[in-house]
Ligand binder design. Structure first.
Ligand code: F3S
Length: 754
């Protein structure tokens, strides 16, 4: 048994009392999210917390880490002074496997190329009592759903799609590695009490529509910022009709609207999934506290009273959606796609169709997609696009192979990739004749920022359900609507694709030979963790210096980033993933994707010391060599996207002192604070326009740095004039202590006597 049944028993034993206490404190009925949150406060709840305002200390039940972020998280944990993790934790090797030829060869190559990193992760997991999932075992969120997630639990994960576990009724939140260190060290984990967005699902889906279309629709309504600081709670008869894995898809992509996490209440679909994945005892325990794993009845009756925002979607009317390109919130119903393709000049030819990933590789997704794929043969259709299938786990892969679905994909020329992230995170050696040619790909993944999948700015990536992606693979055209359009088969006849058919759960059950799990040693005291000092992949960490105790003067502008600046722009993935355990090496990608406001170019900023333009990292290293601090200025929702803390550690390592933006994405803002950076926002957003290329800055008020008090920034312009502007921040007292100590980790070290 991989999951900790005693822990789940304890959570459920305490749940009724904790929920009752919360109900008494709030003096009203509770949503599902509130029940879980109040049941997981670090100390028993004795007060209410204002949503969107009060910081709360939580005690999550679990931690999950993927290999690209686990390296830095565990390098940090290694310095904190504990000899074992305080809560059950797991590491998943999924991000470092490059898709090139097919599953077996790609996996073998990855094992060879990344041996040093896998050995490090395996040994450090063994030492500190962490479950280790080997390369090929599967993608973190799918493996967590199959093995660890449980209704009413709370977990954090060092990956932004951690909320996938909300499909099993768990509050699961993506965080940076420093947050994971807090929880693994047994310390409280701090989060601002989230706001609540309710999504009421009425009606029932049918035909080509799938769970994916619900979140694609929600993303269109709320946009990439709309969920910021909020938990999205789905309810209504439509919610209970969705499969557990369909719910997980929706929760997974809540990351695309910036939500803290998303959540469904416990129901029979979840019980069924627990049972089929070998957790009958968890289902039985959950059934025993079912009333506490669902919102109070009054919440259903009058949801507008209990949520900060309410959305209603009628599933009976919902049609498939296609989102993109370049942003996941540009939602187009499939009936309008042909029009949109023509109006926007999007390339119509679908060159590659990719299904699977952590978002959409459930048995239901695969069986429904296979029912579409099979029609290519039965209806005499030629498949027009390249087609790839990424299973989310070995459990799924083994089962769908056994049940014949992989064979069906093979018949239409589908290439099965390793059970890993692959093209979803830019780990894709794509074969394309001209990388500058505008081209279209369609995936069933979650994210579609420019360059994300294949590193090419010319690629227009669209996101849709796996059934729709499979239909696109056959038709080869983005303007194709399988609900309405006919295709001409090889005999010259007009044919239509039938609606997808599939199974929520495998009728003959799941099976697997080797799930790829390594349990940790009982005692890790004998385990050695070796990091070669000459390694280019791994580097032990040095503590960041403490704040010097005075206002910051003489800071220069490193870059004023224009428009979207996601964590992919700040710390690119793809080829850079290999340096995720080596802070100095990965810092050479710092902000190379950000667009310089002053010349509209990427990776080209003015070095004020020489007057010359050069790459961002090299320019920053020049300032550092001259002991000059810098400021990065940014636009709205700066740092949206992934949880990677490298996006915060790189500027910290290279000597950037403050990030000043119009607004932040939550995880990135916290990551900056944890690393001892100043994460500040313009009190007046128009002040962004006042920042000039040759400015020198002073940040004043730091000696009186206090929650709720503004700081001041003086902009000394090259022409001798200056502007004085106000900056807001969201630091609480504890976070100010992180800033003063140089990082949150510096404080933890002190606590454990290091
Ligand atoms: Fe991996 Fe993409 Fe999911 S990078 S964890 S498959 S979002």
């Amino acid at each position: 048994m991989l999951f900790d049944l005693d822990l789940i028993k304890r959570v459920y034993a305490e749940l009724p009392t904790k929920v009752e206490t919360a109900r008494r404190l709030l003096n009203r009925p509770l949503t599902m999210a509130e029940k879980i949150l109040y049941a997981h406060t670090y100390r028993p709840a004795t007060q209410t917390y204002e949503r969107g305002k009060d910081y709360v200390d939580f005690a999550p039940d679990r931690v999950a880490m993927q290999d690209a972020t686990a390296q830095m998280a565990l390098l940090q944990f290694d310095t904190c002074g504990r000899d074992r993790v305080a809560v059950p934790s797991s590491v998943h090797c999924d991000h470092l496997i490059q898709a090139k030829v097919g599953a077996t060869e790609d996996l073998n190559n990855a094992i060879e190329t990344n041996r040093e990193v896998y050995d490090f992760l395996s040994s450090i997991s063994n030492k500190y009592g962490i479950g280790f999932w080997k390369p090929g075992a599967g993608i973190i969120h799918q493996v967590v759903l199959e093995n660890y997630a449980f209704p009413g639990g709370m977990m954090i994960g060092t990956d932004s799609h951690t909320p996938n576990a909300g499909g099993l009724g768990m509050i699961a939140i993506g965080v940076g590695g420093a947050d994971a260190v807090d929880v693994m060290a047994g310390l409280p984990w701090e989060l601002k009490m989230p706001k609540l967005i309710g999504v009421k699902l009425t009606g029932k889906m049918s035909g080509w529509t799938s769970a994916k279309d619900i979140i694609l629709k929600v993303a269109g309504i709320l946009t990439v910022k709309g969920g910021t600081g909020a938990i999205v709670e789905y309810f209504g008869e439509g919610a209970d009709s969705l499969s557990c894995t369909g719910k997980a898809t929706i929760c997974n992509m809540g990351a695309e609207i910036g939500a803290t996490c998303s959540l469904f209440a416990y129901d029979d679909k979840m019980a069924g999934y627990l049972k089929v994945t070998g957790r009958e005892d968890v289902a039985e325990l959950a059934d025993g506290v079912r009333a506490h794993l669902r919102p109070d009845a009054e919440v259903y009756a009058n949801p507008e009273k209990y949520f900060d925002q309410l959305i209603e979607i009628n599933l009976s009317e919902l049609e498939p959606h296609v989102n993109g390109p370049f942003t996941p919130d540009l939602a187009t119903p499939i009936s309008k796609m042909a029009e949109a393709v023509a109006a926007n000049g999007w390339p119509d030819a679908v060159e590659v169709a990719l299904i699977g990933s952590c978002t959409n590789s459930s048995y239901e997704d695969i069986s429904r997609s296979a029912s579409v794929a099979a029609q290519a043969k039965t209806k005499g259709l030629k498949v027009r696009s390249e087609f790839t299938v990424t299973p989310g786990s070995e459990l799924v892969r083994f089962t769908i192979e056994k049940d014949g679905y992989l064979g069906t994909f093979d018949q239409i020329g589908g290439v099965v990739l390793a059970n890993a992230c692959g093209p979803c995170i830019g780990q894709w050696a794509r074969h394309i004749d001209d990388p500058t040619r505008k081209n279209t790909i369609v995936t069933s993944f979650n994210r579609n920022f420019a360059k994300r999948n294949d590193g090419l700015a010319s690629t227009h990536a669209f996101v849709a359900s796996p059934e729709i992606v499979t239909a696109y693979a056959i038709a080869g055209r983005l303007s194709f609507n399988p609900l309405r359009d006919k295709l001409i088969n090889e005999a010259g006849e007009e044919v239509m694709l039938d609606e997808p058919q599939g199974y929520e759960l495998p009728p003959k059950g799941f099976s697997v030979d080797d799930p790829g799990y390594q349990a940790p040693a009982e005692s890790g005291s004998e385990v050695d963790v070796v990091v070669n000092p000459d390694s280019q992949r791994l580097q032990l960490l040095q503590p960041f210096p403490a704040w010097e105790g005075m206002d910051l003067r003489g800071l220069r502008l490193l870059i004023k980033a224009k428009g979207k600046c996601t964590t992919d722009h700040i710390s690119m993935a793809g080829p850079w993933l290999k340096y995720r355990g080596h802070l100095d090496n990965i810092s050479n990608n710092m902000l190379i994707g950000a667009v310089n406001y002053f010349n509209n170019q990427t990776d080209s900023v003015k070095n004020q010391l020489t007057g010359e333009y050069g790459p961002v990292p090299a320019t920053q290293r020049a300032y550092k060599a001259s002991s000059i601090g810098t400021v990065v200025v940014g636009d709205e929702n700066y740092g949206e996207g992934s949880s990677r803390e490298h996006a915060a550690m790189e500027p910290r390592h290279l000597g950037v002192r403050a990030i000043v933006v119009k607004s932040f994405a939550r995880i990135h803002e916290t990551n900056l604070k944890k690393q001892g950076m100043l994460a500040l926002t313009f009190a007046n957003k128009e002040d962004y326009e006042k920042v000039q290329e040759d400015d020198t800055f002073e940040i004043k008020g730091l000696t009186e740095f206090a929650p709720g008090h503004q700081l001041t920034m003086v902009l000394q312009h090259a022409d001798g004039t200056k502007d004085e502007i106000k900056l807001n921040h969201t630091y609480n007292q504890q976070q100010i202590e992180w800033f003063k100590a140089g990082s949150a980790l510096n404080l933890i070290r002190k606590q454990f006597g290091k």
